[in-house]
Design a protein around this ligand. Structure first.
Ligand code: PGA
Length: 248
């Protein structure tokens, strides 16, 4: 049973999920001009980002003093690669709003010393507690690139990607699965849980099992997202298809 600390909002389709997520985000940005937004990549947040851009253009909502921290990045990819998450974030959001580039933070997938990069990013996150952390969810319940089995007390770390995750992401790579990097650097679960609030969005039937495990299953490292049951302030916005296996 989902705890009262989790608000679940079920919408008819992806468009409505994106619109509801946008309302949540806009309220934060309007109420706190220098808010720290934890952001995510993947296909799910694209609709939300489109609405943020549209709203910035039409209504002048400003991101001038907003700061961002992103969840993760592929090891070995940087801004020059259109598959990197730093590229994705600029392409899908940052290049179209008035955010200050120096306020944008992602883990560096091309750092010379990746262990040091993990330490750097964790220290940065400790100084920059997210007002909200946006999350998608993997079909296997992962959050960020924290795959099943990741300790709940993990901080920024390097992960070897599970085959399922690489297959899920292969659609973004011209050359298919062989081009998908084998490792990623990701905010740890502890860094995610440190956020003041968490906004998780998901759509589609292939997320239904993960959503059920997250909300109705045991809190278990086998479903990383289930830890959200212990966070004080979580909003989950999903469509009917992603909600289709919920029983409670
Ligand atoms: P998706 O990925 O938004 O592309 O479905 C979500 C995730 O794997 O966290």
């Amino acid at each position: 049973m989902a705890e009262a600390n989790i608000t679940v909002i079920i919408k008819r389709n992806y468009e409505e999920v994106s619109a509801e997520a946008f309302r949540y985000m806009k309220e934060i940005v309007e109420n706190k001009k220098d808010a720290i937004l934890g952001l995510a990549t993947g296909s799910t947040p694209i609709g939300l980002y489109k609405k943020m851009i549209e709203d910035h253009k039409n209504n002048g909502t400003s991101y001038k003093d907003i700061k961002t921290v992103n969840l993760d990045e592929y090891v070995g990819l940087g801004a020059e690669s259109d598959q990197s998450y730093v590229y994705f974030m600029h392409d899908n959001l940052f290049d179209h709003i008035d955010i200050n580039e120096s306020n944008v933070n992602l883990p560096n997938g091309k750092a010379e010393d990746m262990d040091k990069e993990c330490e750097r990013y964790t220290a940065l996150l400790n100084d920059m507690r997210q007002d909200v952390q946006l999350l998608g969810i993997g079909a296997n319940g992962h959050i960020g690139f924290n795959e099943p089995g990741t300790p709940f007390d993990s901080t920024t770390n390097i992960v070897k990607l599970k085959e399922k995750t690489r297959m899920d992401n292969a659609r973004f790579f011209d050359g298919g699965i062989d081009e998908v990097p084998t490792h990623a650097i990701t905010m740890g679960i502890k860094n995610v849980m440190n956020a003041k609030s968490i906004l998780l969005i998901a759509n589609g039937e292939n997320k239904a099992d993960a959503i059920k495990a997250m909300l109705e299953g045991e809190v278990s490292e086998e479903c990383p997202a289930s830890i959200l049951q212990t966070h004080p302030n979580v909003v989950v916005i999903i469509d009917d298809a992603a909600a289709s296996k919920l029983t409670k």
